[in-house]
Design a protein. Structure first.
Length: 461
């Protein structure tokens, strides 16, 4: 393991727990000695010296990197490369951009070094006790590390939350979209919080109970579970609810933004992921928001929504959750074709059921939907999910309207509803856009009654 920060150290300890001998490398001597103090008796070795590290490994070597994405990965690869032998395997387990992974994969293949891009989800505790693991790269090299990865991964119904996903950057692409969905779900949950706090006037304690209740039903998921815990957590220093002491700004390391950027490249609509990124950016303009709150006027939440609004918010979120996964899965299907990943959608849903941040009961239904129809164009048209959406959509509509009427931004829910409504529109007003483009730019248009492309002289001037 290269990189003995929280994630690297925890994955290494997880491997030790499963009886694998390991070695660690880090430039920080304090991290090396901390690991040795904890794990030497279990057979772990650790060092700050790359030569000593490589000498500890059995050939063909398997080296996992858990270092920050970007330049640090290239730096580690550069440093290790002269010390490696043909057939060795490097696994980049950080959140690298998939195009970097493709570049490294190709460069190293020329030197007969296998390179894996591998998503690892589940945060600190997942890394320690069972993450969801998303590997991509040369299949033959996967077989060498498969037993270790299966041992350390989370298990659901005895099945490990890891599988070989595809060649090249397939693993990092799947992890990137996982994070895009993560952004969408977090945005939606924050909107339900706003609706219940400022719209209905629920206290933190009541919010904790509501999310707890949701977690015990169809919405059961890691993000809802931690949300209920967050509302019950008191600050050690002040004794006040900690959530109220946290600045209302969400930053990002970029994976959600990458998801949106590539969705645009692939021409896959992912409006909920896009808006989730945008809303984080908007939250970051805190000074501007303070000023604007005194200048711009409009509806204000009065905390007078009826308590039965909670059930409608729950249903709206439920619909939006399905629609968000649908967008992410559609992006994966498009990427699979465009980048020749040959992704197995039902396997992806399977390995997301445990260990990862977006694990949710719903993934069992998503898995079944993809399994029953591998060519499913969009999750929303799977018969079971469609009938669920048809039953829930009225409450999604109501909640978007309530948000609008009360000045509560519900951009994520709105994006989901718009995606749903547009997707089910037999007719959309884009004949007009074709006409406009042809009018001002002679871009031509297609007709419903004849094949081919046409141009009209729309005016005399
Ligand atoms: C995971 C998380 C993890 C990380 C996110 C945070 O799957 O375990 O997604 O990878 O916590 O990258 O992302 P932001 O800092 O961009 O919110």
């Amino acid at each position: 393991m290269v990189g003995l920060g929280v994630m690297g150290r925890n994955v290494l300890l997880n491997m030790l727990d499963h009886g694998y001998s390991t070695a660690g490398l880090d430039t920080d001597a304090a991290k090396v000695s901390a690991l040795m103090d904890e794990a030497k008796s279990q057979g772990a070795g650790a060092t700050t010296d790359p030569n000593a590290f490589v000498a500890m490994l059995r050939k063909p070597r398997a080296i996992m990197l858990l270092v920050p994405a970007g330049a640090p990965v290239d730096a580690v690869v550069r440093e290790l490369l002269p010390l490696l032998s043909q057939g060795d395997l490097l696994i980049d387990a950080g959140n690298s951009h998939f195009t970097d992974t493709d570049r490294r994969y190709k460069a190293l293949a020329g030197k007969n070094i296998h390179f894996f891009g591998m998503g690892v989800s589940g945060g600190e505790s997942g890394a320690r006790h069972g993450p969801s693991i998303m590997p991509g790269g040369p299949k033959e090299a996967y077989e060498r590390v498969r037993p270790i990865l299966e041992a350390i991964a989370a298990k659901v119904g005895g099945e490990p939350c890891v599988t070989y996903l595809g060649p090249g950057s397939a693993g990092h692409y799947v992890k990137m979209v996982h994070n895009g969905i993560e952004y969408a779900l977090m945005q939606l949950i924050s909107e339900t919080y706003d609706l219940m706090k400022r719209g209905i006037g629920l206290s933190n304690e009541e919010l904790g109970d509501v999310y707890d209740g949701w977690n015990n039903g169809e919405l059961s998921s890691f993000l809802i579970e931690i949300t209920s815990q967050i509302f019950r957590h008191m600050d050690d220093k002040t004794g006040k609810p900690l959530v109220d002491l946290i600045l209302d700004v969400a930053r990002q390391k970029g994976t959600g933004q990458w998801t949106s950027q590539d969705a645009l490249e692939l021409k896959v609509p992912t409006p909920t992921i896009d808006i989730a990124v945008t809303m984080r950016d908007l939250s970051g303009r805190e000074t501007a928001r303070q000023t604007a709150s005194k200048v711009l006027q409009g509806a204000q939440p009065k905390g007078d929504l009826p308590p039965d609004a909670v059930k409608k918010i729950q249903n709206a979120f439920h619909a939006a959750m399905i629609i968000s996964y649908a967008q992410g899965m559609a992006q994966l299907q498009a990427a699979s074709k465009a980048y020749s990943y040959n992704l197995n959608m039902d396997a992806i849903a399977r390995i997301w059921r445990g260990g990862c941040i977006i694990r949710a009961a719903l993934l069992e239904d998503i898995r079944t939907a993809h399994k029953s129809n591998p060519e499913l164009p969009d999750l929303m048209v799977n018969p079971q999910l469609a009938s669920r959406l048809n039953a829930l959509q009225a409450d999604l509509r109501t909640i978007v309207r309530v948000g609008v009427e009360n000045g509560i931004p519900v951009a994520g829910h709105m994006a989901c509803l718009t995606y749903f409504d547009a997707y089910r529109s037999e007719w959309m007003p884009f004949n007009l856009i074709q006409a406009q483009r042809d009018f001002f730019g002679a871009h031509t248009y297609e007709r419903i009654d004849q094949k081919g492309v046409f141009h009209t002289q729309w005016s005399d001037t």
